[in-house]
Structure formats: structure tokens, C-alpha cells
Design a protein around this ligand. Structure first.
Ligand SMILES: [Zn+2]
Ligand SMILES: [Zn+2]
Length: 253
């Protein structure tokens, strides 16, 4: 397949929205190419982006497990670009929210607490403005909202990681299974090792009942029912995985 107008359309969609979900990418690629090979189409676009120091990167949502494609710069300081998108007050509020999420025990902040931050001295934003701004942040995937809590969004995790690493290095946790930085996940009650929920979802397919791979303590009290196993579906034959996950579920009952 040669790079063509269809590839450009995919790139434009990602640039316009700031992200593209795996499901939407698949839908779009089937429509444009009559083919569902998302990875090979994205790879072709990435070949063209490389001289421009840009890259479309895959990222999995910590809360839903859903896969997304995000365009990032490989050289420019992402944080600088991010700063030009928002007003001084909005940036001040975001910085406090990010900080609260990172220093919290479970990578989230209660929405009422979040709204009250708008009255802190360096933000000076009305509650109504803060509400609108937070909704916009959720829609654009800088934050995630679930059941009264805000979590780190996929775009923040992908595009602002250099900022988080430079600012909060000692406060950042790493997932034992994928070795990537983690903001929200499950902590082993014995050795305090962290895991992404989506990594545990894959892990339970090979280790059921689930035991901590670091200290062998049984990992209980974790709800993985809301986590999609998008990454598995993207990597392997869909029908095969569906069958094997059904088997795991049957064995559990
Ligand atoms: Zn992980
Ligand atoms: Zn452990």
C-alpha cells in the first residue's frame, strides 16, 4: 500500500481531535482502505512523520483499558505547546489538579475537591468557569471523569510525561508488569507493588487466581469488569481471544 490521500485523512482526524480511539481508527480504516490493519496504516503514516520529528503513539486508558492513538512530538518540549493552549488561570488550576492526582493514594481526586481548587489564591476562577473548563478537559482526554472522581487522561499521560518526570520523579509509580509509569492502578497489599488494571486483566488470563508476581500474595478485591482488553484484541486474532477469555470466565464460576 502506498501513502496516499486516505493516510492523510487519518492523520488529519488525529490532529483535529488530538486523539483517535482504536475502535474509531478501525472503523475509519475499514471505510477508507477496505482493510482493518490499523497498525500497518499507522506505521506508514509514522514513516512520513519521522523527518518532522512527530510520531503517532499508542496509549491505553488506565481507567477503561481502551486503546487510543495520539500524535506526539519527539523533540519539541510538549509542555511548552500545552501551555500556549490555556489561559494563566486554567494552567494554574490544571497544575494543582495534576499535583493532587499524583500525590493522592490512588491516582484520583474527588470532583468536589477539584472544583474547590478554583478558589485557591493562584487560580482565581469562578466555579461555573471551572466546571466548564473541567468538562472540556474531560472531552479532550486531558482528564478522565468516573463516578465522582477525576483521573489522569490519556493525553496528559502521553504528551506531558516529560513534565511529570521532571516535576514529580520521586512520587511517580511504575507498573510491575509493563514497567511504564502508572498514575492509577492496583497496589499489592503485601509488597506495595503497583499494577495497571489493564495489565492485570491480561495477567489473569495466565495466572488465575491472581497472585502478585513480585511476592506471590493473592491479589483480591480488584474489579476488572469495567476494563476492556483492547490491547489483546489489537494484537491477536479476535475470535481466538474471545474464546479463551470465555474459558477463563467459565473456570472462575
Ligand atoms: Zn502496566
Ligand atoms: Zn506483592
Amino acid at each position: 500500500m502506498v501513502y496516499n490521500e486516505q493516510h492523510k485523512l487519518i492523520l488529519q482526524t488525529i490532529m483535529h481531535e488530538g486523539f483517535l480511539s482504536e475502535n474509531k481508527a478501525k472503523e475509519l480504516i475499514i471505510k477508507l482502505f477496505n482493510d482493518n490493519k490499523v497498525v500497518s496504516v499507522i506505521n506508514q503514516i509514522n514513516e512520513k512523520l519521522q523527518p518532522l520529528n512527530m510520531l503517532i503513539k499508542k496509549i491505553q486508558c488506565e481507567i477503561t483499558g481502551q486503546l487510543y492513538w495520539i500524535l506526539i512530538s519527539t523533540v519539541l518540549d510538549e509542555v511548552t505547546r500545552f501551555q500556549t493552549e490555556f489561559s494563566k488561570n486554567q494552567l494554574a488550576l490544571l497544575r494543582i489538579i495534576f499535583s493532587e492526582i499524583i500525590i493522592s493514594n490512588n491516582g484520583c481526586i474527588q470532583s468536589t475537591v477539584c472544583l474547590n481548587l478554583c478558589s485557591s489564591s493562584d487560580v482565581k476562577m469562578s466555579k461555573a468557569d471551572a466546571e466548564d473548563f473541567l468538562e472540556d478537559m474531560v472531552n479532550r482526554k486531558w482528564l478522565i471523569y468516573k463516578d465522582g472522581y477525576y483521573y489522569m487522561g490519556i493525553r496528559s499521560i502521553t504528551e506531558l510525561m516529560p513534565y511529570f518526570k521532571a516535576t514529580y520523579e520521586s512520587n511517580l509509580n511504575t507498573c510491575y508488569l509493563c514497567k511504564q509509569i502508572l498514575f492509577h492502578g492496583k497496589k499489592c497489599t503485601n509488597c506495595e507493588t503497583f499494577f495497571h488494571l489493564y495489565c492485570l486483566k491480561k495477567f489473569i488470563m495466565v495466572c488465575d487466581p491472581m497472585k502478585c508476581p513480585n511476592c506471590n500474595t493473592v491479589i483480591s478485591d480488584v474489579d476488572l469488569s469495567g476494563i476492556q482488553d483492547d490491547s489483546i484484541l489489537a494484537e491477536e486474532d479476535t475470535s481466538k481471544v474471545k474464546k479463551s477469555s470465555r474459558k477463563v470466565l467459565r473456570n472462575k464460576n
